[in-house]
Design a protein around this ligand. Structure first.
Ligand code: CAA
Ligand code: FAD
Length: 380
């Protein structure tokens, strides 16, 4: 067993850390407060290769492993979880989905732009009546020979307004249930594709979340991903890896809050001493640090499983379940350790606390992770 990161891993982690400190930290409070999409920051992340980290260099990506990706996700999330979810959706849902299951033409046409950040992607599974219960899709894609006609509504779509390309999951044959679902690449601007208003959210407010409407959108057959009926498996397989990215995001939010609280506790004085000298505060830090380290081990194990081509459905779900709970606990305690200062924007921890909550909801709620975990451990 070797817990050591390679020189390359450390370089990537440090590059992400520097970028987050120098480029994401300035303006993060304003972007959160005004719900501003980080256009400039996303452009720079594309230039630095953060948007297609794991994509093969053949298609313009960084050719890095999943361990590198989660290290970068943690560092970006310590400072700005709105930016890191953009990175996560683009890398582990959209790019990975197309690279793993797309045709050569799809990779040349779409992946090469997504991997470099020239274009941004979105992943559209959820609907008003099909969130956790993802097989209950109402959006339809009717086969018309050389094309499909797409009708329906997707909601809660991250990068909904800012994306160029959308992976849309839709029902092509209701009788076949989940075996009648397909996944398509849809371009923004196609006739009948309408981006709805932006959601006003509790957290990750810099990330834009929209409802999307599809009214008789013509999708060429060559834009279907995989064989007919592969769409639900495509979504599930893609989400298994996506959950590792969100687990890393949760880990980053937790460790960002921990570091702020630790540093604050060493300078803030009460009753004649720094508050870290009060055991009640020191024990909070001890609990936070322990849970964060446990989360890090789960996240790294899931990333390693993926890199070793082992099954990562279970390890990814456990990492997301535990790291998201840790993010909630750590951020609530970080606010507490900051006292009144924790309750105002200037000290960052209130934003991290608001951002933490989404990690227990998207890419499968904590209850859904428990379904995945329990089914897996009871199977044999
Ligand atoms: N890999 C491959 N196939 C899988 C799979 C996986 N990880 N998980 C399930 N499947 C297959 C099953 O084998 C089954 O196929 P067969 O009949 O051929 O065996 C088929 O999919 C249906 O599976 P289930 O019977 O298990 O389906 P279910 O209705 O019980 O649902 C579920 C399973 C795990 C709860 C699933 O519905 C689920 O994951 N729900 C949550 C949805 C979700 O995570 N949404 C996230 C949206 S994207 C997002 O949120 C992005 C963001 O915020 C940034
Ligand atoms: P529901 O499924 O209605 O769940 C409500 C509650 O019931 C939850 O607590 C849930 O855990 C629980 N529950 C449901 N079923 C069960 C069960 N069988 N057993 C126990 N408990 C259960 N989706 C996308 O497709 N793409 C995106 O890019 C995307 N981005 C998002 C960004 C944000 C900010 C948000 C808020 C959501 C995003 N989502 C996205 C949607 C997200 O994946 C869903 O919100 C999530 O899967 C839960 O679905 P739901 O909201 O319909 O809740």
């Amino acid at each position: 067993m070797d817990f050591k990161l390679t020189e390359e891993h450390l370089m990537i982690r440090d590059a992400a850390r520097d970028f987050a400190k120098n480029e994401l930290l300035p303006g993060v409070i304003e972007r959160d407060s005004k719900q501003l999409f980080p256009t400039e920051q996303v452009k720079k992340m594309g230039e630095l290769g953060f948007l297609g980290m794991m994509v093969s260099p053949e298609y313009g990506g960084g050719g890095m492993d999943t361990v590198s990706y989660v290290l970068a996700m943690e560092e970006l999330s310590k400072i700005d979880a709105s930016c890191s979810v953009i990175v996560s959706v683009n890398n582990s849902l959209v790019c990975w989905g197309i690279e793993t299951f797309g045709t050569e033409e799809q990779k040349k046409k779409y992946l090469t732009k997504l991997a470099t950040g020239e274009s941004i992607g979105a992943f559209c599974l959820s609907e008003p009546e099909a969130g956790s219960d993802a097989t209950s899709q109402k959006t339809t894609a009717i086969d018309k020979g050389d094309h499909y006609v797409l009708n329906g509504t997707k909601n809660w779509i991250t990068n909904g307004g800012s994306a160029d390309y959308y992976l849309v999951i839709a029902q092509t044959d209701r009788e076949k249930k989940h075996k009648g679902i397909n996944a398509f690449i849809v371009e923004k601007g196609w006739d009948g594709f309408e981006v709805g208003p932006k959601e006003d959210k509790l957290g990750i407010r810099g990330s834009d979340t929209h409802t999307l409407n599809f009214n008789d959108v013509k999708v060429p057959k060559e834009n279907r991903i995989g064989d007919d009926g592969f769409g639900f498996k495509f979504a599930m397989k893609t989400l298994s890896g996506g959950r590792i990215g969100i687990a890393a995001q949760a880990l980053g939010i937790a460790s960002g809050a921990y570091e702020l609280a630790r540093d604050y506790s060493k300078i803030r004085k009460a009753f004649g001493t720094e508050i870290c000298n009060h055991q009640a505060i020191a024990f909070k830090l001890a609990d936070m640090y322990t849970e964060i380290e446990a989360s890090r081990h789960l996240v790294m194990k899931a990333a390693w499983d993926k890199d070793q081509k082992k099954n990562y459905d279970l390890s990814g779900a456990m990492a997301k379940l535990y790291a998201s709970k840790t993010a909630m606990n750590a951020t609530v305690e970080a606010v507490q350790i900051h006292g009144g200062n924790g309750y105002v924007k200037e000290y960052h921890v209130e934003r991290l606390m608001r951002d933490a909550k989404i990690t227990q909801i998207y890419e499968g709620t904590s209850e859904i992770q428990k379904i995945v975990i329990s089914r897996s451990i009871l199977k044999d």
